[in-house]
Design a protein around this ligand. Structure first.
Ligand code: NAD
Length: 503
């Protein structure tokens, strides 16, 4: 039996179960369909088959979930943080125990290659462990004594919060947002993306088995404009942590304005990878390829704009094209596959529209630029060369395995081009000149920059973007700053010299 057949056989029972029961909401500890009885289908990008029916929630379901989160909040907030820590570790244990199932289901639902998804499931467990260990210190503050006051600060959890996640690597991203909210003492209503809702349901089941009290974490499935919108407008929801497109972030800001929602946004990117002629070019080539073609290029931190110095550009682009053409596109459950199908027909059409745009704008398609097969959502890893930064293929987020290469002459040119985009999520700089690296990273408009490295996530470091790429940071203590309120308390230790009025 081939490894692909083995993995398909392993997936079959999970597929049968989800097909039988559908993907339900989870409100106040109960798995429930939408109150209206409405459903929508989720399909696999491998062959467009229906995986399951998904509860299609509306404002009434969101209200029930928000009320459940509100009711559960006082007890969760007041639970000993060491007990919360134990529950979060139990969730991590559950993720590890079901990591294979999570990876298989995620690949079938999203089209992501198994070679990356098995690690992503375990990263989800790491996220819970990291924030579990920080839970006991989450409320710690400072003492700031003045001559007449002992000033202390403390942090308190905000209350019920909404978490809205996108369809790319949905399992990992959900854990990344939900684990710190729970560790901080908040309760949660989660709305996963409609294109890939399966593993959020598995995660919910794991949390319940781990002993999470009812109502602390609620799951609402549905469409963005319906369930998502209602969540951002709900008065009991104190904050929205959102990962998705920049335009959706704007809409959420407007929707949340009447209830003064606190928002945390991780949005789109058009991230530059800058390769100078003094770089280790073989390592740079590996990084350029990995950062755009892994995870199908459906990755916010992907290096979708290559800025390559004129002096090395011909050979660098030639090698890139050769490697892009050799990337193994195939079934996501085949361990040999490097690039799987795109999430959905709608998204494939958007990615393929960039092929037409490249031609119309006068760029060259040096690799790919075509659909593969006529079943499923497969496209060939694509390289555009001869591009300028004004072209839409250099400005718009394509969010697929599509790289736009732009040439530059000098360091100043490179910086100007790199910053000439509405986005500012990540940047990657390849050079052997440390002084140049320091100068360049100072000026580069990006929330996260790696020098001579691909994106390697270290959980205590701040994650987030500038400009249209986001508001706020995740990771380490930054997550708690979002999910918690800072409180100042001043206690008189001497005469506070209060002016006496009316005497
Ligand atoms: P999207 O904005 O279309 O949808 C994201 C989520 O928002 C979904 O759950 C959707 O149902 C919901 N939604 C849509 N409209 C809404 C509304 N009006 N009110 C409330 N919720 C609404 O994004 P997507 O296409 O699912 O994901 C891809 C995008 O996510 C890309 O732009 C990518 O760069 C971005 N992303 C960013 C990061 C980051 O860390 N910066 C990480 C992953 C993905």
């Amino acid at each position: 039996m081939s490894e692909l057949d083995h993995n398909l056989a392993a997936l079959a029972p999970y597929l049968a179960d989800v097909g039988r029961y559908g993907i339900l909401n989870h409100i106040g500890g109960q798995a429930v369909p939408a109150a209206s009885g409405a459903w929508f289908d989720t399909t696999s990008p491998v062959d467009d088959s229906v995986i399951a029916q998904v509860a299609r929630s509306n404002a009434a379901d969101v209200d029930a979930a928000a009320q459940a989160a509100k009711a559960a909040f006082p007890a969760w907030r007041d639970m000993a943080a060491t007990d919360r820590k134990a529950i979060l570790h139990a969730i991590a244990d559950g993720i590890e125990a079901r990591a294979e199932e999570i990876a298989l289901c995620e690949c079938w639902d999203t089209g992501q290659a198994l070679r990356f998804m098995s690690k992503a499931a375990l990263r989800g467990a790491d996220n819970f462990r990291f924030f579990a260990d920080r839970a006991p210190g989450a409320r710690d503050g400072q003492s700031l004594p003045s001559p007449t006051l002992m000033n202390i600060t403390t942090r308190v959890p905000l209350g019920p919060v909404g978490v809205i996640t996108p369809w790319n690597t949905p399992f990992m991203l959900s854990t990344w947002k939900i684990a710190p909210a729970l560790a901080a003492g908040c309760t949660v209503v989660h709305k996963p993306a409609e294109f890939s809702p399966w593993t959020a349901r598995i995660l919910m089941d794991i949390a319940e088995e781990a002993g999470l009290p009812p109502g602390v974490w609620n799951l609402i499935n549905g469409l963005g404009e319906e369930a998502g919108k209602a969540l951002t407008q709900h008065p009991a929801i104190r904050a929205i942590a959102f990962v998705g497109e920049s335009a959706t972030g704007s809409a959420i800001m407007a929707q949340g304005a009447p209830t003064l929602k606190r928002v945390h946004f991780e949005l789109g990117g058009k991230n530059p990878i800058i390769v100078f002629d003094d770089a280790d070019l073989e390592a740079a080539l590996d990084a350029v390829i990995f950062m755009i073609y892994s995870l199908n290029g459906e990755r916010c931190t992907s290096s979708s704009r290559l800025l390559v110095q004129n002096t090395i550009a011909d050979e660098f682009e030639r090698k890139l094209a050769t490697r892009a053409n050799a990337i193994k596109v195939g079934h996501p459950l085949d361990p040999a596959t490097e690039v799987g199908p795109l999430i959905h027909e709608v998204h494939r059409a958007k990615v393929m529209a960039s092929f037409d745009a490249a031609r119309a704008e006068g760029a060259k398609i040096a690799a790919g630029g075509v659909r593969i097969g006529d079943t499923g959502q497969f496209v060939a890893p694509t390289l555009f060369t001869g591009a300028t930064n004004e072209m839409t293929i250099a400005q718009d987020e394509i969010f697929g395995p599509v790289l736009t290469s732009i040439r530059f002459a000098t360091e100043d040119d490179a910086l100007k081009i790199a910053n000439d985009t509405p986005y500012g999520l990540t940047g990657y700089v390849w050079t052997s000149d440390i002084a140049r690296a320091m100068r360049f990273t100072e000026e580069l408009e990006a929330g996260m920059i790696w020098v001579n490295s691909a994106n390697v996530r270290h959980l205590p470091t701040p994650f987030g973007g500038m400009k249209a790429s986001g508001i706020g940071r995740d990771g380490g203590d930054w997550s708690f700053e979002f999910y918690m309120e800072q409180k100042h308390i001043g206690i008189a230790t001497g005469d506070p010299k209060i002016p006496r009025l009316g005497v």
